[in-house]
Design a protein around this ligand. Structure first.
Ligand code: AQP
Length: 335
């Protein structure tokens, strides 16, 4: 049985991209696997989070997992800061990873932007914390999108170096789980940027908690051009020339599990005014029940906290013996 670890940051505004690219797949992965799904609040604070928002956003991510169909009795759902193994092991791994390795991480460069001197050290060592998340549970598989592939490679390198340095065969070398149907959803305002929680424009994303009217309105206002829906022919453009148009088609594909060819043969050559209402219907059918259930769950925060507490206990029972062994291997005295 594979042991799967994955996480989502509680940075607010959970959106359709988080759902189609990650959370929806968490549900299917439960079949035949042991799954650990973490609300990664320690990762979130690598950039500033308002404390009272962080609490709400943490519950929001947990509610999204459950509303989407993750079963908290079967899978482990917890928030990262509640289990000390993550910070304990990340310090150890900070001492294993090399500065040169971290300097090659493209996500730090993107997230820190031009003002790198002012970025937190936490943002810089984020990949070592991600390695700790995975290795603290001896996770065998991690579902990854393109943006996390480099970090997962680094986790493998860190595990290998620890094993070599201490001459042990201790940490397993984790495998990426490339999900064929994990969609990459782009912004509704700019088809070259991914849909993101931190986009200042709420119209750039469909939030999981948006109601049917808001979803329809955002899709109606989604950026397109004056050309009809692409049909696969050169004359109606390519992803490179019409990224917004193809993003809407790809969202439709992900929502309905149809191929681009199927969608284009139905809508290709037609005006977007005909395509958008059909896309809105598909989004409302797929996301609507999740949003409704999420809002329902969030009305009872004590119940969400109970699920998180139970998950944290189960997470500790796996990670604590692993951390003890790490300390023993490294020669930390435990008087
Ligand atoms: N646009 C997207 N399309 C597909 N998958 C996406 N994910 C995020 N955006 C898209 C996937 O969602 C999971 C959780 O992401 P995260 O919260 O850990 O951080 P992120 O990737 O940084 O997400 P955001 O939405 O872009 O947040 P901000 O704006 O805070 O950086 C991951 O599996 C991610 O691939």
């Amino acid at each position: 049985m594979a042991r799967i670890f994955s996480g989502v940051q509680p940075t607010g505004n959970l959106h359709l991209g988080n759902y189609l690219g990650a959370i929806r797949n968490f549900v299917n992965l439960q079949k035949g696997n042991e799954c650990i799904y973490c609300v990664v609040d320690l990762h979130a604070v690598t950039v500033w989070q308002e404390p009272k928002n962080l609490i709400c956003n943490t519950r929001e991510v947990a509610a999204a997992f459950i509303a989407a169909g993750v079963d908290p009795k079967k899978s482990i759902i917890f928030n990262q800061s509640a289990v000390s193994a993550h910070t304990t092991l990340s310090w150890v791994l900070n001492c294993v990873v090399r500065v040169g390795w971290l300097n090659r991480m493209t996500q730090f460069k993107e997230k820190a932007g031009k003002n790198r001197e002012n970025a937190s050290v936490g943002l810089y060592v984020y990949p070592a914390l991600m390695a700790a998340d995975i290795l603290a549970y001896f996770a065998t598989h991690v579902p990854v999108g393109d943006d996390q592939k480099q970090h997962l490679e680094l986790t493998r390198d860190i595990a290998q170096k620890f094993n070599n340095d201490y001459d042990v065969d201790f940490f397993p070398i984790v495998e990426p789980l490339i999900l064929e149907d994990a969609a990459r959803v782009m912004s509704l305002r700019d088809g070259r940027q991914k849909m993101s929680k931190s986009d200042p424009s709420d119209n750039a994303r469909i939030n999981i908690t948006d109601d049917a009217d808001t979803i329809a309105k955002k899709i109606r206002r989604a950026k397109t051009d004056s050309e009809p829906v692409p049909d696969g022919s050169q004359s109606l453009g390519t992803v490179a020339t019409r990224p917004e148009a193809f993003n809407l088609i790809d969202i439709f594909c992900a929502l309905t599990e149809c191929s681009r060819t199927e969608i284009m043969s139905e809508f290709g050559g037609k005006p977007f005014s005909e395509f958008k209402p059909a896309l809105a219907d598909a989004a409302i059918t797929s996301l609507g029940p999740v949003g409704t259930e999420m809002r329902h769950l969030l009305n009872d925060p004590a119940e969400i906290d109970r699920v998180l507490a139970d998950g944290a206990n189960r997470a500790r029972s796996i990670s604590e013996p692993i951390i003890k062994e790490v300390h023993g291997i490294m020669g930390f005295l435990n008087p």
